[in-house]
Design a protein around this ligand. Structure first.
Ligand code: 3PG
Length: 289
């Protein structure tokens, strides 16, 4: 039995060592393909793998065709939008994920981005504090709940909206439940996105919705770039010079955002949300289980 870890963005060494200890104990062979730059490298590496552990690495029909022995692919992380599920089913390959394992790591990054944003990207001018500000959390899953917990430590007022989570569950966590996405954006100073990329959510964060933010509003995205209507957000930020966009996932139009919105736009150079030793170990070991 051969397990392949294929991570364009590698796990920390401690996580890989932990995964190896599990596969060794089970008598499995472990192979590692890290920082690959060409899809061809992935196609070669999967040829004799029985199991595959990935992060945001794309597993499409071509990869599945090349992986003749593959029985299972595990997305070490929450969002499995990078796996073609229909193709996996057609190839008799089971797909799994490890929701929650990197949630705290992503949640902490939200506040790293926020402090950087409200302090004007550390440019030396006076910024604002988070204390007393209204934070809107869009989707109350594992990451959203961790964001709520940390936000309370900052003394923020926390509100959330989730199309699939009942208001009572949100309120039981000590968070005000918004009745709609619109209410969340209208009410809050800052909105943090924690929705998956699905046909319904793609480009749903658009000109009209973000335009509901109050003066000085901030949009934070540690979810997926696909949920943003980039053209709409650019148009809005041109008109509303008070708005900031902070993201952990570079938009396709990163160059345009960078050029047009200096001091109001920041994107991490590489997606950093789940890049902690703890998250790597949690997700990697869960994927190996
Ligand atoms: C997730 O869906 O779990 C996060 O977006 C982490 O993605 P990554 O493994 O590519 O860092």
């Amino acid at each position: 039995m051969k397990v392949l870890i294929a991570t364009e963005k590698p796990f920390s060494k401690v996580a890989v060592d932990g995964i190896k200890a599990v596969t060794d104990a089970a008598g499995y062979e472990l192979a590692l393909l890290e920082k690959y730059t060409e899809k061809a490298q992935l196609l070669d590496a999967v040829a004799d793998a029985d199991a595959l552990i990935i992060r945001s690495d794309k597993v499409d029909a071509e990869v599945l065709d090349a992986a003749k022995n593959l029985k299972i692919v595990v997305r070490a992380g929450a969002g499995y939008d990078n796996i073609d599920l229909a193709a996996a089913t057609a190839h008799n390959v089971v797909a799994m994920n490890t929701p929650g394992q990197n949630a705290n790591s992503v949640a902490e990054l939200v506040f790293g981005l926020l402090v950087y944003g409200v302090r004007n990207f550390f440019n030396g001018t006076s910024g604002t504090e988070l204390l007393g500000k209204k934070l809107g959390i869009l989707a109350f899953g594992n990451v959203g709940r961790n964001v709520a917990r940390v936000a309370k430590g900052f003394g923020m007022e926390v509100m959330a909206y989730d199309a699939f989570c009942p208001a009572e569950v949100i309120e039981a966590a000590g968070v005000k439940a918004a009745k709609s996405q619109d209410e969340l954006f209208e009410t809050c100073d800052i909105v943090s996105l924690h929705i998956p990329a699905t046909p319904e959510t793609k480009q749903s964060i658009n000109y009209d919705l973000v335009g509901k933010l109050k003066k000085g509003g901030i949009l934070v995205n540690t979810a997926r770039k696909e949920v943003i209507d980039e053209a709409g957000l650019i148009k809005l930020m041109e008109e509303r010079t008070d708005l900031k966009y902070l993201t952990d996932i570079k938009p396709d139009a990163d160059a345009e955002f960078t050029e047009k919105f200096a001091g109001r736009y920041f994107a991490t150079p590489k997606k950093m949300g789940a890049q902690t030793a703890e998250a790597n170990v949690n997700a990697g070991i869960a994927a190996d289980g």
